[in-house]
Design a protein around this ligand. Structure first.
Ligand code: DSN
Length: 419
């Protein structure tokens, strides 16, 4: 217990952890956060996530718990479900999955058995580990057939996908990506699934905010099951959820609990409820539209500077930059930009000649900088800064000047002033 009223409990009791949290706060405030899967949720979301609800065990579902004392967490979970159903137009929602990979695991098991064939987009083509990579449970427990993007357009070719699906007879086709900058045609996926008698699982983790705001087509009318994380464009707590057609509700619920989870994290479910309320506000729609405008501005600016963009550009919150014509690897770009306080991640590009550890690409996302209030003119500045650093990584004067500009730019768009 602290005697010093001006200090928080954690600062007094555990200065080491406190210091690291403060350093991370300073990093988030002063750096340009361009990792496509990251965002800055509101302090209301953070408060719910840090609340005493984390104390409560509530295995089961609202009004059907295996523990006493669940009356208030029941209210919270029901509110979260009701808001999520309304936000996405879903028939059934399970808000308990702890994160994206277990959400996908529950979705697959709700529809398929060990060893069944699942088709997913290959990781180097923009897919996710949990869409069938051999190092993931998905690649080890199911027979995975990967589809790829077209070598020329770098887009999903729905005719090729149909042909492959007719040959492979998958039980499930997974539509979704973590590094695919263009619109995904969920209606086309549905047609292909119907043609071959497959179930459609869509993972909208990256684009959930865009979908909720109606600036990317929704998979909800088409998919048997939709999974999503809640902390990317949706700007909620670090967690996940599953939406499905009513006919899959029991299977999904059983596979989430007791299938693969124990006690739900009620504090996170409360934070999801807050996030869904925020996402239903008109400002959220405007935020998502600005994300698209900002990403499009970067598309234009990078193209002007001679950078090649995978799939020719973006319809979403992210861009994938092919750095080969600039003779820089993704790994180096990530490190060079880090020197100036610009955070991106290296990323494979389709048919990448480099290893996944080195890569030829960098992925750039705008959700976090858009949350700060940055708009088109700031995107132009960000592109300039990135280019200056990448073209002169060993010129300390230039990199230092870029770092100073980054700090000033972030200072003009402050975050977390109350923390
Ligand atoms: N690893 C996340 C991303 O950065 O896209 C997805 O889980």
């Amino acid at each position: 217990m602290s005697n010093n009223k001006s200090k928080s409990e954690i600062e007094s009791f555990d200065p080491e952890v406190y210091a690291s949290i403060q350093k991370e706060l300073t990093r988030e405030r002063n750096n340009l956060e361009l990792i496509a899967s990251e965002n800055f949720p509101s302090t209301a979301v953070l408060e719910a996530q840090g609340s005493l609800l984390q104390n409560k065990y509530a295995e089961g579902y609202p009004r059907r718990r295996y523990y006493g004392g669940c009356e208030f967490v029941d209210q919270i979970e029901e509110l979260a479900i009701e808001r999520a159903c309304k936000l996405f137009g879903a028939e059934h929602v399970n808000v308990q999955p702890l994160s994206g990979v277990p959400a996908n695991m529950a979705a697959y098991f709700a529809l398929a058995k060990f060893g069944d064939t699942i088709m997913g987009l290959a990781l180097p083509h923009g897919g996710h580990l949990s869409h069938g990579h051999k190092v993931s449970f998905s690649g080890r427990w199911f027979n995975i057939v990967h589809y790829q993007v077209d070598p020329k357009t770098e887009l999903i070719d729905y005719d090729v996908l149909l042909k492959l699906a007719r040959e492979e007879h998958p039980k499930i086709i997974v539509a979704g990506a973590s590094a695919y900058p263009r619109t995904i045609r969920f209606d086309k996926f549905r047609e292909i699934c119907d043609d071959v008698g497959a179930y459609l699982v869509t993972d909208i983790s990256h684009i959930a905010g865009l979908v909720a705001a109606g600036v990317h087509p929704s998979p909800v009318p088409y998919a048997d099951i939709v999974t999503t994380t809640t902390h990317k464009t949706l700007r909620g707590p670090r967690s996940a959820m599953i939406m499905c057609k009513e006919k899959w509700a029991k299977n999904v619920d059983r596979w989430v609990f007791p299938g693969i989870h124990g006690g739900p994290h009620m504090h996170t479910i409360a934070a999801k409820a807050v996030c869904f309320k925020e996402a239903a506000q008109p400002e959220f729609k405007e935020y998502q539209k600005q994300i698209i405008r900002n990403a499009k501005t970067l598309e234009v600016e990078f193209t002007k500077l001679g950078y090649r963009l995978v799939a020719g550009g973006t319809d979403t919150h992210l861009l994938l930059v092919d750095l080969r014509n600039k003779n820089i690897t993704g790994k180096d770009a990530e490190e060079f930009l880090g020197r100036a306080g610009i955070t991106v991640n290296r990323n494979t590009i389709p048919y990448d000649p480099q290893s996944p550890f080195v890569t030829s690409g960098m992925r750039i996302g705008v959700p976090a900088v858009t949350t700060r209030g940055m708009r088109e003119s700031e995107m132009k500045k960000i592109c300039e800064l990135i280019n200056e650093v990448l073209m002169n990584p060993e010129d300390k004067k230039i990199v230092d000047k870029a770092a100073k500009d980054v700090k000033e730019l972030c200072g003009a768009f402050p975050i977390y002033a109350s923390l």
